[in-house]
Design a protein around this ligand. Structure first.
Ligand SMILES: Cc1cc2nc3c(=O)[nH]c(=O)nc-3n(C[C@H](O)[C@H](O)[C@H](O)COP(=O)(O)O)c2cc1C
Length: 409
């Protein structure tokens, strides 16, 4: 139920705007109040009068209306709600949001708000899959904007594919999920998640590293936080944003990553998703190694890095109740991962194939196997966010079971 919740519904200029009328009804049936902002293009598709009649409130469109500004200023409008919903979210308004524009009332309210924002995109399939829209949506997701849909389906433009706005009932469910989140089974649990690659200096300008993007580890940190865990994300150098709602500690080398994990103190859950470099230069040079004409290239002597997973898995009073490692392999994936679980002493291993042909490093999807004392579970190929949610769900289940039930998990 959404009893007492205030929704600011921003209706932009897409064919799907007619569904927003139905959305208002659905939200009011669930107990929410709805106030509408209509873009100039939105008004070509639905009338202010329809929105006003269904919301039983006045509709805001004009940024420079003296009457509106004195009754309900644009800043107040942006803050006087529990959630802002953009439905339909056109390619245009998503681009304006990503670019930080404030060129009409809707965009200004979205820029000025301190409240969560949910967007329900609706557009032609080519507009949705265009690199510009893909980049804008990625930027907005990284900034914490929530999305529902779009769905696959037949469109008003006679094409078929992703781009169809979610149905009003689905949008109302997503709103309820955001405003009245499900119970938080990991509340009270402390977690450390490592993510991204490490960089091992050869000299001040060169380093050894790998292609890890941090997408999977960051998604796991967010998923654990969404289930109520107090999460510290220890991230190597990545180009993605820090997830909202948790602490991120930035490190470079494996030594720094281990130190940051140990500095987190007593934790219940450790998920080691980082692709930690196995070796570091034995004697990194303090100054840039010069290339000298006619001399052989310098040889690089390597030393093993500290084993973060094995260190956190060591038995003792400080050991987290659950230690999950990742195995990135290019061959004999499952056999190597089973072996790794035993060697490291961790509880679970998430094994993923990182052969270049699979595209796991830097990609959006992952095919993993979960290896525990009770065997191997093959998961289907999923978006990294879904792998993260599934893993967080399994972790929550682990903590809800009595200790002896673990073998049957
Ligand atoms: C008939 C018609 C239908 C349109 N449908 C959509 C749509 O579904 N999604 C979209 O992103 N843009 C659509 N557009 C284009 C937008 O209306 C246009 O980009 C407009 O500038 C959006 O402004 P707004 O985002 O400020 O509302 C449509 C245009 C027309 C003429």
């Amino acid at each position: 139920m959404l009893k007492g919740k205030r929704i600011l519904l921003i209706v932009a200029g897409g064919i799907a705007a007619f569904k927003s009328l139905e959305l208002i009804r659905r939200l009011r049936e669930r107990g929410a109040s709805v106030r509408c902002v209509l873009t100039e293009a939105g008004a070509k598709f639905v009338t202010p009068l329809s929105l006003q009649a269904l919301s039983e409130d006045r509709v805001y469109s004009d940024m420079f209306s003296l009457t509106d500004e004195s009754e309900m200023g644009h800043i107040q409008l942006s803050r006087d709600a529990d959630l802002l919903v953009v439905a339909p979210a056109t390619a245009n308004i998503l681009a304006r949001m990503a670019g930080g524009l404030a060129d009409d009332l809707a965009a200004t309210v979205l820029l000025a708000t301190d409240k969560p924002v949910l967007a329900a995109p609706a557009m032609n399939v080519r507009m949705w899959t265009h690199a510009a829209t893909v980049a804008n949506v990625e930027t907005l997701k990284q900034r914490g904007i929530h999305f529902v849909g779009p769905n696959d389906g037949a469109m008003a433009c006679n094409e078929f594919g992703p781009g169809r706005m979610s149905e009003p009932e689905e949008i109302a469910d997503a709103i309820e999920e955001l405003l009245a989140p499900a119970e938080q089974p990991l509340a009270g649990k402390r977690a450390v998640v490592t993510s991204g690659p490490t960089r091992e200096a050869i000299d001040p300008v060169r380093y050894i590293s790998n292609h890890s993007s941090g997408k999977q580890g960051h998604a796991i940190a967010s998923a654990l936080a969404a289930l109520g865990a107090d999460v510290a994300l220890v991230s190597g150098p990545v180009s993605i944003a820090d997830p909202p709602g948790l602490r991120t500690v930035h490190v470079d080398s494996a030594d720094q990553m281990l130190a940051a994990c140990l500095a987190a103190g007593r934790i219940d859950i450790a998920v080691c998703a980082a692709a930690v470099a196995d070796w570091k230069a034995t004697r990194p040079s303090g100054s840039k190694i010069k290339k000298k004409a006619g001399t052989a290239p310098p040889s690089l002597e390597l030393t093993p890095n500290p084993d973060i997973l094995a260190t956190l898995s060591k038995p003792g009073p400080q050991r987290p109740a659950l230690v999950v490692g990742f195995a990135a392999e290019t061959e004999n994936l499952v056999a190597n991962a089973i072996d790794k679980r035993q060697r490291k002493g961790c509880d679970w291993i998430v094994a993923n194939d990182v052969s270049p042909a699979v595209g796991t490093f830097g990609g959006e999807r992952n095919t993993v196997h979960l290896i525990s004392a009770s065997g191997v579970e093959d998961w289907p190929t999923l978006a990294k966010g879904e792998v993260a949610m599934r893993l967080a769900g399994r972790i929550a289940l682990h903590f809800s079971l009595p200790p002896k039930a673990e073998a049957a998990e």
